[in-house]
Design a binder for this molecule. Structure first.
Ligand SMILES: [Zn+2]
Length: 431
């Protein structure tokens, strides 16, 4: 077998080999560790990964092949971040300070903050501004190890602006090495100017916007913010069924705020690809979620950003057989978090996942949560050679180092990604 890349001298390799499809129960804790390992790739895809001598026997290095000495370090698949709102204009640090001081969200929203602030900001900025503001953030996510990133629209909230958001995501995908997965989230909120005719808003979303999005082929998923105060269960189901009819995959913001509202059960019933947040999922809905193919995407950085101590009941989910994944929820309101490394720490300390479970949830299961399960999330032959060389020797070090990216080198499709310090900074500063 020919290879054009060999990563050798790997002290510990997390292959995540094992059953295809979202992992649950004991499989969730199996990172497929190999000591004294090597990995070979050709044309951006893994061709062999395992014990170093076996890999060397299996592959022939092509002339000019790249050889990387991992120096005895830990190598894992690149992180997959399956839930972000990374396309936005200015930050909302002012609201964070208010929230920490105890100001309720309704008060923040009433004084011009909240999601509506991001909507009016997004609408006012040019394409060039939004792209220039989003690029360094996405580069920081990649520098912190995210090699596949889902991105949602949802700060446009009219047809023209939502299509613009999806086009901008497509353009960013073309200018960044990571794989970006575009999701249509026109059902993020009812915009202020449509509050009086919400029924017409949902009609339009189903009958006009979704067909336009599907026709342009610029979204892979449709997502809905399902809460009694945002989109009701009936509205969410209608939107998601329309999206499915047009060939889009389904995601759902479920059971984040209103306890036991039933968004997770709806996701399971529709066999949605993922149900996300699930902080206040009804215990009675765990079995339905476990019996479905739907992946539960947990977002502990959001609880941190909201200065809340309430987290999704991850251990109950794992015990029930739910397939869990992790994501940052990176957004300017509730979770300004570009780091899957921090999410791993929270997943262990706050959600009580074991470090190996957290790694599987942040790679393999996260890939299944955004339609990339066949392509990414594990280091087995045929998948993209998206991998991280860590400044660590053991996977338990990943969550143990808190607020610090252990990621030393990032390879995407077999190519090493390096950004300059200035490419990683917010320039221009968003104001
Ligand atoms: Zn979200």
């Amino acid at each position: 077998m020919k290879a054009d890349l060999l990563v050798g001298n790997i002290g510990q390799l997390a292959t995540l080999r094992g059953p295809a499809g979202p992992r649950r129960g004991p499989d969730l804790a199996d990172a497929g560790l190999v000591a004294g390992a090597a990995l070979a790739a050709a044309a951006g895809r893994v061709v062999a990964a395992g014990p170093a001598d076996a890999v060397r026997r299996q592959v022939d290095l092509a002339a000019g092949a790249r050889v990387i000495d991992a120096g005895g370090a830990l190598v894992t698949p690149g992180y997959v971040d399956p839930h972000t709102h990374a396309l936005f204009g200015r930050y909302r640090a002012d609201e964070y300070a208010l929230r920490v001081a105890g100001t309720p969200y309704v008060e923040i929203a009433a004084s011009g903050g909240g999601i509506h602030a991001s909507v009016s900001d997004f609408r006012e900025r040019s394409d060039g501004e939004i792209a220039a503001l989003s690029l360094p953030r996405l580069r920081r996510m990649i520098r912190n190890g995210s090699t596949t990133i889902e991105l949602k629209s949802g700060y446009g909230l009219n047809l023209e602006q939502e299509l613009r958001a999806l086009r901008l995501i497509r353009d960013l995908d073309g200018s960044l090495p990571a794989t970006l997965v575009p999701t249509f989230l026109g059902a993020h909120e009812i915009p202020a100017e449509r509050r009086e005719d919400r029924e017409a808003y949902v009609d339009e979303l189903c009958d006009v916007w979704l067909p336009a999005v599907a026709k342009q082929g610029i979204a892979r998923f449709c997502d809905v913010f399902c809460e009694p105060t945002v989109f009701t269960l009936d509205e969410s189901e209608r939107i998601l069924r329309s999206a499915r009819g047009l060939g889009l995959g389904l995601k759902i913001h479920a059971d984040e705020i209103a306890p036991g509202y039933g968004g997770a059960a709806l996701a399971a019933r529709l066999e949605a690809t993922s149900a996300e947040h699930l902080i206040v999922i009804a215990e009675g809905d765990l079995d339905a979620l476990a019996a479905s193919g739907t992946v539960a995407v947990l977002l502990p950085a959001t609880s941190l950003g909201l200065a809340s101590t309430t987290f999704a009941p991850a251990r109950k989910m794992v015990a029930a057989g739910v397939a869990v994944a992790l994501a940052t929820d990176f957004n300017p309101g509730s979770a300004c978090c570009e780091s899957m490394g921090l999410v791993l720490s929270l997943a262990c300390s706050a959600l009580r996942l074991d470090p190996a479970e957290a790694l599987v949830a942040a790679t393999h299961n996260a890939a299944w949560a955004c339609g990339e399960g066949e392509q990414a999330g594990s280091l087995v032959p045929g998948k993209r050679a998206d991998l991280l060389v860590h400044d660590a020797a053991d996977l338990r070090e990943l969550p143990y180092h808190m607020g610090f990216a252990s990621v030393d080198r990032v390879l995407i499709a077999g190519r090493e990604i390096c950004f300059t310090e200035s490419e990683l900074r917010d320039r221009p500063r968003p104001v």
